[in-house]
Design a protein. Structure first.
Lengths: 329, 120
């Protein structure tokens, strides 16, 4: 037992939550090293903490791409708002679109706090200087696409997003907890659309199969090519926890059985679970297609960016009004 | 590499150049719960900040109350010398009193058995 009135410190500074890199008096290199030790040891960073530029730009790039994807991701689904087959489906799809735009707002806010104004992020997105996820560059052809997107695209995304709830950048991690909760509703909505159609007519089943065949390639590309874990700076800084291949394997493990149980088939003859390796094997995804699409050369890239640009211009008066009201107050 | 933070990063920093400033949003999930920090919005004034907060943190009936506070009005205290002094304060916490062995000795001395439940 320790002496309750002992004057010698019994707890080290680290156990007391002291973040030494916040001390402005320390030389830069030492500060960087203290920060790195904190983060790689599982410590969290708040927006008000000191951080090296490398970390700040790393988190910013990651969160900005995520925000862009939420914002652009509603455009394919938006195309079906007026064509939803029932009122309930229309309400659910409207709510999903609203949620995703809300996620974009939350994420742009996290990014803004790291020092990049929202206008600059919008301009970079519209000018093609920043990217959004590959899956949102493709057309939607039938109502089955809406089921496949809400179920499987959101599922592939949530596998990645769940791993972000423990990101070293605490404001992002907290936002991801809220987002994951909402995304789980979208997945249920999408799966319900798919299961309902699979219990319908032959024509509906064929429609789902056709949509799945079209989306499978982009889904397999979505998490990106395999990369060397030890060279991934986002993993080093614990901005994210899992590599692209780990995420893809996790997605396949959960969702392949759920797809197959509905009587659907997957358009990859090489796809199988290798018991010995404990891993899924599959045909190599088309990485050239991924590169083409995410650099805004996908089938719908330009049309969707033009649409976003149109609305950005169209709502300029709102931003002007808000700032004018502030200026005259 | 400069590693200088943006001007509106710190809680005490003033309004950003564009006339917008960050507001912190706290939400109460149900009556009687504590107010918890939800996130922040960027707005020119309290009225619009409240509207934004409602859109982002109350859209799904997940909050019964929101507090919106200008970030510049939040006074931060995180100095470990004040909050976590480097001394043993275990006598201020219930976990600081470990009696298992002493109780066993007392029972042995009194010849009483260990009570079955609802020890207090």
């Amino acid at each position: 037992m320790t002496d309750p009135i002992a004057l010698d410190p019994v707890l080290g500074p680290h156990e007391r939550g002291w973040l030494p890199f916040n001390d402005d008096g320390i030389p830069h290199d030492e500060r960087y090293e203290l920060f790195e030790r904190h983060v790689t040891g599982g410590g969290k960073v708040e927006s008000t903490d000191w951080m090296p530029d490398e970390y700040r730009t790393g988190v910013l790039r990651f969160v900005e791409m995520h925000a862009n994807s939420e914002l652009m991701g509603v455009l394919p689904e938006r195309e079906w708002l007026m064509r939803a087959p029932t009122l309930r489906r229309k309400l659910a799809l409207t709510a999903k679109v609203q949620d995703e735009v809300g996620h974009a707002q939350l994420l742009y806010r996290v990014a803004e706090d790291l020092g990049k104004p929202r206008e600059a992020m919008m301009e970079d997105l519209l000018a093609g200087r920043t990217k959004f996820h590959n899956v949102f560059h493709y057309p939607t052809k039938t109502w089955a696409d809406i089921g496949i997107i809400a179920w499987l695209v959101d599922a592939a995304a949530i596998v990645a997003q769940q791993a972000l709830r423990d990101s070293s950048y605490a404001p992002y991690a907290r936002t991801m907890r809220k987002i994951c909760w909402e995304e789980s509703v979208h997945i249920m909505h999408g799966r319900d659309v798919v299961v309902t159609m699979m219990n319908g007519t032959d024509e509906q089943r064929a429609m789902v199969q056709e949509a799945l065949d079209r989306w499978w390639g982009p889904l397999m590309q979505m998490h990106g090519p395999r990369s060397d874990r030890s060279k991934d700076r986002d993993i080093h800084w614990r901005i994210k926890a899992k590599s692209s291949e780990e995420l893809r394997q996790e997605f396949l493990s959960i969702y392949v059985p759920r797809i197959l149980e509905l009587g659907l088939t997957l358009p990859d003859p090489k796809l199988r679970y290798d018991d010995e390796a404990g891993l899924w094997t599959y045909s190599e995804p088309d990485w050239q297609e991924l590169r083409t699409v995410v650099t805004n050369h996908g089938p719908k890239s330009q049309e969707r960016l033009d649409f976003r640009q149109h609305h950005w211009d169209d709502t300029q008066w709102v931003r002007d009004t808000i700032l004018a009201a502030r200026a005259s107050a | 590499m400069t590693d200088t933070p943006p001007a509106d990063r710190t809680p005490a920093a003033g309004a950003a150049g564009r006339g917008l400033e960050p507001w912190e949003v706290f939400r109460q999930e149900k009556d009687g719960d504590p107010m918890r920090h939800g996130g922040s919005v960027l707005a020119p004034d309290a009225e619009l900040a409240v509207h934004y907060a409602r859109e982002l943190f109350g859209r799904r009936q997940e909050s019964v109350r929101l507090w919106v506070v200008r970030r510049a009005d939040v006074h931060d205290l995180s100095d470990p010398d004040l909050l976590s002094p480097p001394l043993d304060r275990s006598f201020k916490k219930p976990g600081g009193y470990v009696m298992r062995d002493k109780l066993a000795a007392a029972r042995a001395r009194s010849g009483q058995a260990k009570p079955k439940a609802r020890q207090g």
